[in-house]
Design a protein around this ligand. Structure first.
Ligand code: NAD
Length: 248
């Protein structure tokens, strides 16, 4: 048990096959009190019930600063503390560079990058008070490769921004023992990718990955667990690739 009684918030964790949901399940198995934050209250509550008793599901649109603050305040009033935040909520749009309209750019940067800022700002005062905390930010291999199969260039820009923001936060929050690290998943089979990959394309992608397969949500959840727990207590400002060796 690596997270006994730790209060862990995970954004975008209601999606059934998603990375956030898998992380919520794993954290619960490790004794955490998990708070699932997502757009729809009913879905977030159902997801929290599904992982067991004592967990919370709350509506929170991470692009809304007041909503992020309200969610963090409710968690502190009901559970007394905040130990871990996983900034996982994200969206993609498969557009080419010249196809990106201002509204596309806003939408993708808002959820992936602005949401990471707002939700982190909402929890940091409590973590500082506790003199401890771990924040995990979900970036993407798209930030490192400049694009992928599903995210457009604006997604790469947003996820690159997440890496910079995460490092800056790590530097500033280190003296309060609040650690901030990022994960760069490769191609993970979730709702973001479901239905868009033919078996032929999957095979082609897998042949370009040294470990010979696409990722699954649990691969990323395991890295989240390491970064959330005290196993990584001397690690901050780091980026962990979870991509089967795709970048070697
Ligand atoms: P998913 O679509 O299964 O889950 C994303 C979740 O975010 C959904 O539950 C959705 O409702 C929620 N969400 C969307 N907008 C939101 C908002 N404004 N506020 C709160 N919640 C919101 O996706 P996933 O594949 O599990 O991706 C999780 C994270 O991992 C994302 O940040 C994604 O960019 C990143 N990622 C995924 C892959 C992949 O291959 N699946 C690869 C690299 C990075």
């Amino acid at each position: 048990m690596l997270l006994t009684d730790k209060v862990c918030l995970i954004t975008g964790a209601a999606s059934l096959r998603g990375i956030g949901r898998a992380t919520a399940k794993l954290f619960a198995q490790h004794g955490a009190k998990v708070v699932i934050l997502d757009l729809d209250a009913g879905q977030a509550e159902a997801a929290a019930r599904e992982i067991g008793e004592g967990h919370l599901g709350l509506a929170c649109n991470v692009t809304d600063k007041a909503a992020c603050q309200a969610a963090a305040d409710e968690v502190v009033s009901r559970l007394g503390r905040i130990d871990v935040l996983v900034n996982n909520a994200g969206i993609t749009q498969p557009l080419k560079f010249m196809e990106i309209e201002p509204g596309n750019y806003d939408a993708v940067l808002d959820v992936n990058l602005r949401g990471t800022l707002y939700m982190s700002q909402a929890v940091v005062p409590q973590m500082r008070k506790q003199k401890s905390g771990s924040i995990v930010c979900m970036s993407s291999v798209s930030a490192q490769r400049g694009g992928g199969i599903f995210g457009g260039p604006h997604y790469s820009a947003a996820k690159g921004g997440v890496l910079g923001l995460g490092k800056a936060m790590a530097r500033e929050l280190g003296p309060d023992t609040v650690r901030v690290n990022s994960i760069t998943p490769g191609l993970i089979q979730t709702d973001i990718t479901a239905g868009k990959l033919t078996d032929e394309l999957k095979g082609e992608i897998a042949r370009g990955i040294p470990l010979g397969r696409l990722g699954v949500a649990d691969d990323v959840a395991n890295a989240c667990l390491f970064l959330a727990s005290d196993l990584s207590s001397y690690i901050t400002g780091a980026v962990i690739d979870v991509n089967g060796g795709m970048l070697i």
